[in-house]
Unconditional design. Structure first.
Length: 321
């Protein structure tokens, strides 16, 4: 048995922040941001939280799938911006939706998180351990971004996407995941430092740091290589794939991947112009978008691809049903 997606949902904060607004708080402009990233606006949480957005996305996915929360036996939330260190976001979602029969936990693979989580669910379902799961990617990145740093605050955004997954004969075909911790310094955010009577100095909270140039080079090369690798392994070519759902980090990155692999841009849907980079939420939010637009048809072969902090990358080959 393999993991098969039977319903999707997403949730974005009510507050929309345009490039023009950002130009009033940092030295930037709509042209500067959009020409370098493809982003024109993004959603930023005010009253929403990672757990509340995850919950709403979950409810919409369950409705889409026609599945009751009580039918779930597993919930995994992929996030690097949980509201609480403990309990996990997944446990909060479990309580909020009444999934009383589900095991729940979080994973952190940053922007690759949803692909990692879906791969984990697929592995569980191959063993027969679980039969109905909820996979969520969610972030409140606005709380870890320095709003005085134009290199990061114009890129990152908030949101959540979810998918209901069941054990079935078709769905996931193959996955390829990877990590390179030696380059972890290119994107990082420090957590709470040691705090006890023996630590003399208390330091202020750090914000997200990103070496944009290094991340760009990594994302283009590693994602292209991983996609080509999984296609070669399965005896397929780019022409055999109907849709590439790539992490929405930067339009230039996805365009560069397309050029490297000779993928027609019409096979690479993008929503980052109005959603921005939502890290772990990126791929499932995009998936929900294309599902609700009716872009995917039964029998379509789809590539999911995430890449980001860690550094991590994940590619999945999937047959839509």
């Amino acid at each position: 048995m393999r993991a098969q997606i039977i319903g999707t949902g997403s949730c974005l904060p009510e507050k929309v922040v345009t490039n023009d607004f950002l130009s009033t708080i940092v030295d930037t402009s709509d042209d500067w941001i959009s020409s370098r990233t493809g982003i024109r606006s993004r959603h930023v949480a005010v009253d929403e939280t990672t757990a509340s957005m995850s919950t709403e996305a979950a409810k919409r996915a369950l409705e889409s799938a026609g599945v009751s929360a009580e039918d779930l036996d597993l919930i995994i939330v992929a996030t690097c911006t949980a509201d609480t260190l403990v309990p996990s976001t997944a446990c909060l979602v479990q309580d909020n939706i009444g999934a009383v029969n589900a095991t729940a936990f979080d994973i952190n693979a940053a922007c690759s998180g949803f692909v990692f989580a879906l791969n984990m669910v697929d592995a569980y379902m191959q063993t027969g351990m679980y039969k109905m799961a909820l996979v969520i990617g969610a972030e409140t990145l606005s709380r870890i971004v320095d709003w005085n740093d134009r290199s990061t605050c114009v890129i990152f955004a908030d949101g959540a996407g979810a998918a209901v997954v069941r054990a079935a004969e078709t769905g996931v075909i193959a996955s390829s995941l990877g990590s390179d911790g030696s380059k972890g310094w290119t994107i990082y955010v420090k957590s709470r430092e040691n705090y006890n009577p023996f630590v003399p100095e208390k330091k202020p909270m750090d914000f997200l740091f990103m070496d944009g140039g290094e991340v760009f080079k990594f994302a283009v090369k590693q994602t292209s290589d991983a996609i080509k690798g999984i296609l070669d392994k399965e005896g397929l070519t780019v022409e055999d794939i109907d849709c590439f759902l790539l992490h929405q980090a930067n339009a230039r990155i996805n365009q560069s991947i397309a050029r490297r692999l000779k993928i027609p841009m019409e096979k690479i849907p993008m929503n980052l112009d109005h959603v921005g980079n939502t890290s772990g939420g990126s791929v499932p939010i995009l998936l929900d978008d294309v599902c609700r637009q009716g872009i995917l048809k039964p029998g379509d072969r789809v590539i999911f691809a995430g890449f980001g902090a860690g550094l991590t990358w994940g590619v999945m080959l999937y047959e839509w049903t």
